[in-house]
Write a protein of this length. Structure first.
Length: 254
């Protein structure tokens, strides 16, 4: 299946959802936020299904890559498959110069866009409900962990799935940025990878470098911000008291 195959699957699945969505919206008459939540959920599911090419990415990833040219001038060397974030990377004989191709990239972007729409629309639905805490506190408590998940999925998880040769290239790149560009020969003694806390430690003769330090710090900051906002929301709820108690107090004052 060439790269257009996954895009075709994604487009067909998106169009297939128009009929049930139209029937549901006309009968139920939901609010705009609820409609966007349903649209985002459908786009997320469709994007993921298209990215994994309805299972072919796991059972026959070579067919997802297809051929780079009609004459097969650049044969396929190997294929890597990542379940989440969904990605199929096709390595050809010229990938050393131009890099691998990602035939599922469009479907993955559809999935991320649908997930973003779902998060925003669902957040609006939840924030508009009556609550004893301020909308800003609830928004911070909800969006901070979502940001942490996005950082993990987009930055940490793909790096942890890299092959040994790709990690070696990353360590070389990390050592060739200024001010170390004066080095003429770079020696990598060891590469250590841990899942939690996430780290890819490159050991050189003159020290070590953690390639995931910035992402891990960002995740910790998001967690701290989420805990702070959650504490503010709980404090506001506790300070406001129970709804029945407030109503009795207001009647007594009247």
């Amino acid at each position: 299946m060439p790269a257009l195959g996954t895009q075709f699957i994604t487009g067909c699945l998106l169009l297939a959802g128009l009929v049930p969505y139209t029937l549901w919206a006309s009968r139920r008459g939901p609010s705009r936020e609820v409609r966007w939540t349903v649209i985002g959920l459908w786009a997320t599911a469709v994007g993921y299904a298209g990215a994994v090419a309805c299972g072919l990415a796991f059972t026959d990833p070579v067919s997802v890559c297809g051929r780079r040219t009609l004459d097969d001038d650049f044969p396929l060397v190997h294929v890597t498959v990542d379940s989440f974030p969904p990605d199929v990377a096709c390595y050809w004989t010229d990938s050393t110069s131009y890099g691998p191709t990602h035939p599922t990239a469009l479907s993955a972007w559809v999935m991320w866009a649908g997930l973003a729409v779902t998060v925003v629309a669902l957040s609006v639905v939840l924030l508009r409900r009556q609550s004893r805490a301020s909308p800003a506190a609830w928004a911070g408590a909800m969006w901070s962990p979502m940001a942490a998940v996005a950082i993990w999925a987009a930055g940490i998880d793909p790096a942890l799935d890299l092959s040994r040769s790709d990690l070696y290239d990353r360590c070389l790149h990390a050592k060739t940025v200024p001010p170390d560009t004066k080095l003429t020969r770079i020696e990598i003694l060891d590469i250590d990878r841990t899942v939690f806390p996430p780290s890819i430690t490159c050991t050189y003769p003159d020290g070590t470098t953690n390639l995931l330090a910035d992402q891990w710090i960002a995740v910790l900051i998001c967690g701290a911000v989420s805990a702070a906002f959650a504490g503010v929301a709980l404090h506001q709820v506790r300070r406001a008291g129970a709804p029945a108690r407030r109503s009795r107090a207001s009647r007594a004052d009247a």
